[in-house]
Design a protein around this ligand. Structure first.
Ligand SMILES: [Zn+2]
Length: 231
């Protein structure tokens, strides 16, 4: 199994290679995959066989204070301010669609995760999603929006509080007809935002929802667990 992608600028990036959790895309120990393809969190979830959405990622997103030198994570952070990096990160998503998760090419509609309340400015996620839509000849719909302000998720540490903070604050201005959705975002940190996006999309007629992100957050503790199991 290939573990690196060599980009057109010559940079070699580690991809998120199997085994990973069927639901949330988090890497799991090799031995888990033989019995059940779920992470420690998702394996106890009652809807793991039919989850509201699934996450797939090109690579891992590592926190700056834990791994300041991780190239992909650093580029994902830079992209928020610097649009010159977008085409390079776009290549990473194309690689994910072509080689890691080609089944995502079969989905019906590409939707970017909503931008902030301020609206129409520079949105790297919207650029990434537009790129995916044109590369794979899929319709693009920028339909999610913030109805009310909510605090940035990274400023809240308690998971239940994150859920309360974002609940009911995302809107969707399109009615789908059971279309399956490819939801694009830069990272997946804790699933809270994407769970709320999914709830709203389904309320508006969406069928199955798959999220594709550049970086799935994996913290130092989890990397330690992987190392211990895999030896
Ligand atoms: Zn999981």
């Amino acid at each position: 199994m290939e573990r690196f992608f060599k980009r057109s600028d010559g940079v070699k990036l580690e991809i998120l290679y199997p085994p990973f959790c069927e639901v949330c895309g988090n890497p799991i120990p090799d031995s888990f995959a033989e019995t059940h393809p779920y992470c420690g969190v998702c394996k106890d979830s009652p809807d793991k066989y039919d989850p509201p959405f699934r996450v797939r990622a090109f690579g891992k997103y590592l926190f700056e204070d834990e791994y300041p030198d991780d190239r992909l994570s650093d580029e994902i952070r830079r992209m928020k301010l610097d649009r010159t990096i977008v085409p390079l990160l776009q290549e990473c998503l194309y690689y994910a669609m072509d080689y890691q998760y080609p089944e995502l090419q079969e989905l019906d509609v590409v939707v970017p995760v909503m931008r902030g309340l301020r609206g129409r400015g520079y949105s790297p996620v919207a650029l990434l999603a537009q790129g995916i839509a044109s590369q794979y000849n899929l319709p693009y719909r920028d339909v999610l929006y913030a109805k009310e302000p909510y605090r940035p998720m990274h400023e809240i540490h308690d998971l239940a509080e994150k859920e309360r903070e974002i609940a009911g604050k995302i809107g969707c201005n399109h009615q789908f007809e059971w279309d399956s959705i490819l939801l694009i975002d830069d990272t997946c940190i804790n699933m809270v935002t994407k769970r709320e996006c999914t709830r709203v999309l389904k309320e508006h007629g969406a069928g199955e929802v798959w999220a594709l992100v550049l970086g799935r957050m994996v913290d130092r503790r989890h990397l330690g667990v992987l190392r211990r199991y895999n030896g």
